[in-house]
Design a protein around this ligand. Structure first.
Ligand code: FAD
Length: 533
């Protein structure tokens, strides 16, 4: 097996995995939490253990360099990176692989693949990094398609132009986070968009899913960083004008931002850049009472201070990530700037936090190393390494998953109580024992937070998928009933469809279907995501 290949069953490339120490830590935590392991550890699958249905599509000579039916390529493009994806990979279940995988080298190849799909009646699923956690890249499409092509955009990976005066760059959509930042670094500029999946997710995927970076406030959503888009649709190329702002009717970019591959394939975008920050201050504040911590965060969100990080982590999650001992919620607080020292902002933020009951080590000056030490450092390390832990936990037979939402401050307490209650109940009923449910805030707005929940339990071996579905159902119902959104930044994909259908206004759904009909009249692109074809 090519060592540079992606793991089709987990995160990253072959050979990149949790260390022995991390595995031991996860095992110890599982024993501490549940008093038992969940049976024998499962080994990750090998490609030769899996038989795939033969491809239903042939490869025309004109696309011989672009299309492939390679066994492992089809496996890699069968799933995203969600818990159910992980369970099915470990169960060696691959009933719906793509028939072919396309690796376009340029936009002309993308157009050729769409033309070919149109002529043979195949569905096409755009694939960036494949880090979807909502079934967004899964080729399980219903309908009368001759087959499915997964369109992998990763070869479109270059920064094509940099405008240092306006601070923007024209960037190909398939580029993954680290390679994008490496190309901007010589200019002293950064996109400064760091989702937790940064290492293995792409610019086009971020735009298509309206991704959220890890900064808490201001310029953290990809939406606000997009200056223009260039999109290949089955009806032709649609490129918007490059502008810092425009009031000329509804925004063409906003139609494609969040379109999850159903309206067209984003091939390029001009993106707004920022100078690389050099001034930093970070610290951790402890709150014995979660609700007082939440109140402090609300005051901070409305203070106009715009912290780069303002992530309150409840006591349960703090213990799990070793940011705390489980006796207090931890507020990870940080400021950064490319222009000016930020100590004054931090001092005022600590006054606010202290007034709401927060405590911190007064002896230590706020760290200037961007959260690399102390409680914030422990949390940061766990955050960066977490993508590698899912496959370990699935192998151990544990169910670990997350879901997220946003809600106005006036309704947060009720949503928190309803959602944690519903998920605890569902875990108890479904698995027959208590599980863990924890919460942190990922993003903040003056009018409300984006709470991010994690749950952790021991499912019955062999029934993981059904049990996950029941717990996910309970969580999603509770979110929608409490007035939250079904997702703040994980997108809709196929998994969130039932609740998205209830959340969006019906007339908007009609308009979206009309846009789909205009751009993709045969419904070839990502069928089943956002709307039915
Ligand atoms: C461990 C982990 C951590 C995560 N953390 C975050 C986080 O912090 N913030 C966040 O927002 N999300 C997060 N996610 C979710 C996921 O990373 C995001 O949705 C991300 O934006 C997907 O990018 P991608 O390139 O991997 O897209 P893919 O998974 O390849 O595709 C996602 C969707 O976009 C479509 N698509 C992809 N590329 C294009 C294109 N060029 N043109 C048109 N459509 C396209 C696909 O068809 C699919 O519907 C996380 C996921 C994991 C597994």
């Amino acid at each position: 097996m090519d060592a540079n290949r992606y793991k089709f069953w987990g995160w990253g490339r072959v050979g990149e995995e949790a260390t022995a120490e991390e595995r031991a830590g996860l095992k110890a935590h599982m024993l501490l939490r549940f008093g038992t392991m969940n049976g024998d550890e499962m080994a990750p699958p090998r490609a030769d253990e899996i038989t795939l249905p033969p491809p239903r599509l042939g490869i025309p000579a004109t696309l011989a360099d672009v299309l492939t039916a390679d066994h492992e390529d089809r496996l890699i493009h069968s799933y995203g990176k969600s818990y159910p994806d992980s369970v099915r990979a470990f169960a060696r279940q691959y009933p719906h692989p793509p028939d072919l995988v396309a690796h376009p080298a340029n936009e002309a190849d993308v157009i050729a693949v769409l033309d070919h799909a149109d002529s043979v009646g195949a569905a096409v699923i755009p694939f960036g990094g494949g880090s979807s956690v909502v079934g967004g890249v899964e080729p399980a499409v219903r309908g009368d398609y001759a087959g499915v092509i997964s369109l992998d955009l990763q070869a479109l990976d270059r920064v094509l132009e940099v405008d240092t005066v306006s601070r923007a760059a024209r960037i190909q959509a398939g580029v993954l986070g680290p390679h994008l930042e490496a190309q901007l670094k010589p200019y002293g500029l950064t996109l400064r968009h760091y989702p937790q999946s940064f290492e293995y997710s792409s610019l086009g995927g971020w735009i298509a899913t309206r991704a959220g970076g890890h900064f808490a406030t201001v310029l953290t959503h990809i939406d606000d960083l997009v200056e223009n888009t260039r999109v290949v649709t089955p009806r032709g190329v649609c490129e918007s004008r490059r502008l810092p702002g425009s009031g000329a009717g509804p925004s063409p970019d906003r139609m494609f931002i969040g379109s999850e591959g159903i309206l067209g394939v984003i091939t390029e975008a001009w993106m707004r850049l920022q100078a690389r920050p050099v001034f930093r201050a970070g610290t951790a504040v402890r709150f014995r009472d979660w609700h007082r911590g939440v109140a402090a965060v609300r005051l901070l969100s409305q203070s106009g201070l715009s912290p780069s990080n303002c992530r309150i982590i409840d006591a349960e999650e703090a213990a799990m990530t070793r940011a705390g001992d489980g006796s207090a919620a931890i507020l990870v607080l940080a400021f950064e700037s490319a222009d000016h020292p930020v100590e004054a902002w931090m001092a005022r933020a600590l006054e606010i936090a202290g007034g709401a009951g927060g405590e911190w080590d007064t002896g230590a000056a706020p760290a200037t190393d961007g959260h690399r030490s102390g409680e914030s450092g422990a949390w940061r390390n766990a955050f960066l390494r977490a993508p590698y832990y899912r496959e370990v936990l699935t192998g151990f037979g544990a169910m670990y998953d997350t879901f997220e939402t946003a809600i106005t401050w006036d309704r947060f307490d009720a949503l928190y109580a309803d959602v944690t209650g519903a998920v605890h109940r569902a875990i108890r009923e479904v698995t027959g024992r208590e599980g863990s449910v924890s919460c942190r805030f990922t993003h903040l707005y003056p009018d409300g937070p984006a709470p991010y929940f994690s749950f952790y339990c021991l499912p019955k071996r062999g029934s993981e998928l059904e049990q996950w579905r029941e717990i996910k159902q309970a969580a999603s119902e509770a979110l929608i009933a409490a007035g939250g959104t079904i997702t703040h930044h994980h997108a809709i994909g196929r998994d969130h469809r039932p609740w998205y259908d209830r959340q969006r206004p019906e007339l908007f759904a009609t308009a979206l279907r009309a846009a789909k009909q205009a751009l993709d009249p045969k419904g070839l692109l990502n069928p089943g995501v956002l709307i039915d074809p």
